[in-house]
Design a protein around this ligand. Structure first.
Ligand code: NAD
Length: 328
């Protein structure tokens, strides 16, 4: 008998596995990749979510399912892979898990279902219309539908958590990091914009490139600095475990993330000051990123209280960057 955690090798899933093992639970991990976690109460299945045989092995004896794994990509060419992993994968793993009558399903959805970066109103709350614009956001909307279908037809209570953008603090100042590299560093940002074929953005970015490593303060075409939520993985783990244990969370949908959004006009100068890196301010074509998402429902219902402000995350990121540089 154990708690099934999908995405057990991932940023969020691996930390949830460790927290549950620390508190004495038995856990089964399920991921394409091995997590490297070893523990007497830990079993791991490697395989794809939509592989029926692997899902069957992973689901054996499950007492609760935390479906935290997914494929994340914003490339239209990844659409088939996104639907296989996030839609069919969700259907197959939940069908297999439901046979064991777990007490709860927790599903990691995303603010991409609204989507937060094209909001009808601010702050974005859980009643905001769902009209995703990316293939990834669409797969999360369909994943939510599958979760509610399974809940309706099996009476296993489910909680949907619409995740904020989530990072380990150490990733923030790592130019090789999947999200923070292109978000905050000039060269990875040029590469990312080239892969999206955003020619106008690439030209603007390249004009600022003198060949040295630099941070980027992104603004929209009218000069408005980007603003978005960046939540520390540790706070997300707290929210997930609250949702798993609270009776009140059954059948509910919550935005899960930091209380205050990060204003890039404040965070980037701080990062530059603390690292000594040059900062380039760039007005990118289009409306840019500017949103605020309300976490009031999960705070009021479950007492969720995030602890990792962006300043605390940046302080840790600076130390991690120093350690990386020293190690090379
Ligand atoms: P992650 O990429 O670090 O981890 C996801 C894990 O899922 C990976 O270990 C990957 O190997 C596994 N995986 C992907 N496709 C698979 C498949 N077909 N079969 C088996 N395993 C597969 O992601 P994360 O940051 O830990 O995110 C956790 C969840 O939160 C995901 O569902 C993601 O969509 C969602 N989410 C994340 C963010 C964010 O900013 N990190 C924001 C919103 C929502």
């Amino acid at each position: 008998m154990s708690i099934l955690i999908t995405g057990s090798a991932g940023r969020v899933g691996s930390k949830v596995v460790k927290r549950l093992l620390d508190q004495g639970d038995s856990v089964t991990g399920f991921d394409l990749r091995p997590s490297g976690i070893t523990h007497v109460n830990y079993r791991e299945v490697t395989g794809a979510f939509d592989d029926r045989a692997a899902a069957q092995r992973a689901a054996k004896g499950t007492t609760a399912v935390l479906h935290l794994g997914a494929f994340m990509s914003w490339l239209p060419s990844d659409s088939d892979k996104l639907h296989r992993a996030n839609v069919d994968g969700t259907r197959v793993i939940l069908e297999e898990a439901a046979k064991h009558k777990p007490r709860r399903i927790i599903f990691a959805s995303s603010g991409e279902v609204y989507p937060e970066n094209v909001p009808d109103y601010l702050p974005v709350d859980e009643d905001h219309p769902i009209k995703p614009r990316s293939p990834y956001g669409l797969t999360k909307q369909l994943g939510e539908e599958i979760v509610r279908f399974v809940e309706r037809t099996t009476s296993i209570p489910a909680t949907i958590l619409r995740f904020s953008h989530t990072q380990d603090a150490a990733e923030l100042l790592d130019p090789t990091s999947f999200f923070s590299g292109p978000r905050f560093f000039l060269h990875p940002k040029i590469k990312q914009q080239e892969s999206f074929n955003n020619i106008a953005a690439v030209e603007k970015l390249k004009r600022q490139d003198d060949g040295t490593e630099a941070l980027v303060l992104s603004r929209n075409e009218s000069g408005r600095p980007f603003r978005m939520h960046i939540t520390d993985t540790r706070d997300m783990v707290d929210g997930i475990l609250l949702a798993l244990t609270a009776e009140r969370a059954a059948g509910r949908t919550y935005n899960l993330g930091a209380t205050a959004p990060v204003d890039f006009a404040e965070a980037l100068p701080l990062m530059a000051q603390l690292t000594g890196l040059p900062l380039k301010t760039i007005d990118l074509p289009g409306g840019g990123v500017f949103y605020e998402t309300s976490n009031a429902r999960i705070r009021n219902d479950l007492g969720f209280e995030p602890k990792w402000t962006i300043d605390r995350m940046i302080a840790e990121a600076v130390q991690a960057r120093r350690d990386r540089i020293q190690a090379t």
